[in-house]
Ligand binder design. Structure first.
Ligand SMILES: Nc1ncnc2c1ncn2[C@@H]1O[C@H](COP(=O)(O)OP(=O)(O)OP(=O)(O)O)[C@@H](O)[C@H]1O
Length: 260
């Protein structure tokens, strides 16, 4: 079997006085889309940041078979593209310049952007349909427009591995559907995607699901497996159930008895 994209052993994270992740053992396969789900405050973002080497952690994490510590930052930045949740900053930058930031790992130190960098930026902005407002400041865009620029920045890296925390935030249904297609084509081309999603029906489109609760992985399995659907229902205390509808898996809320 080929090396997993990520392999964690005893992954532990403390933030302030809080122990947020408790010794997680986990392998995330390369060449697939894995979705991390779970209740609010479970530790999903922390887990994603820890495997991205964005947070100090205990235990061992390997990326592509190599210990985190052995990756040079620039090399890692070419392999791993990151889209964070509620990213702030760079409000005055033009959308095109924000997306160009994704090309930094490819540019020589203090060097100018190449024609290849410009082409990658344009391709990514066209892919997420934000090329038309390339001359607008990031801070002037709506929530969904801004999210598409930030997604374009992640795509412009042209990294084999995409890590995305709540990438669908503020996206309307057509752009959610476009995002699904982008993810699917990335994986079809041999890439790897790991995303945190709250919207469970969208998450069920992934290949695999990692369910996190109270800082631990409570289930990992294929999105098509009934065992995964049962684990989802359990972690959300029976408040949702997964059904097959029109050839897709759909997570529907279960109304409690006596509720209006
Ligand atoms: N800097 C911090 N100091 C202390 N506790 C923190 C810090 N950052 C996060 N936490 C806590 O760690 C826990 C996990 O946070 P995390 O953001 O990983 O959860 P999550 O599963 O992504 O949540 P959500 O679904 O609400 O986005 C939460 O209880 C949160 O309050």
């Amino acid at each position: 079997m080929s090396a997993p994209a990520f392999a964690a052993q005893g992954l532990a994270v403390q933030l302030g006085a809080a122990q947020v992740l408790h010794g997680i053992d986990l392998q995330i396969p390369a060449g697939r889309w894995t979705c991390i789900v779970g209740p609010n405050g479970a530790g999903k973002t922390t887990l994603l940041k820890a495997i991205a080497r964005l947070l100090p952690h205990g235990g061992r994490v390997q990326f592509m078979g190599r210990d985190h510590a052995l990756w040079r930052q620039r090399e890692l930045a070419r392999q791993l593209a990151w889209l964070g949740q509620n990213e702030a900053g760079a409000e005055d930058l033009l959308a095109r310049d924000v997306v160009m930031l994704g090309r930094l790992p490819h540019q020589p130190w203090l060097g100018a952007a190449s024609s290849g960098d410009h082409a990658a930026v344009q391709a990514a902005m066209r892919q997420t349909q934000c090329w038309d407002w390339r001359e607008r400041a990031l801070g002037s865009l709506s929530g969904g427009e801004r999210q598409r620029v930030l997604l374009a920045r992640a795509l412009a890296v042209q990294a084999p591995v995409l890590l995305m925390d709540e990438p669908l935030a503020s996206l309307d249904p057509p752009h959610q559907s476009d995002w699904l297609q982008i993810v699917r084509s990335h994986v079809a081309g041999g890439g790897t995607v790991v995303s945190v999603l709250h919207e469970l029906t969208m998450a069920l489109h992934a290949d695999d699901m990692v369910i996190v609760a109270a800082g631990r992985v409570v289930h990992q399995g294929a999105c098509a497996d009934r065992a995964t659907h049962r684990a989802l229902a359990e972690v959300f205390e029976g408040r949702i159930a997964v059904h097959a509808l029109a050839g897709q898996w759909v997570a529907l809320p279960q109304l409690q008895r006596g509720s209006a």
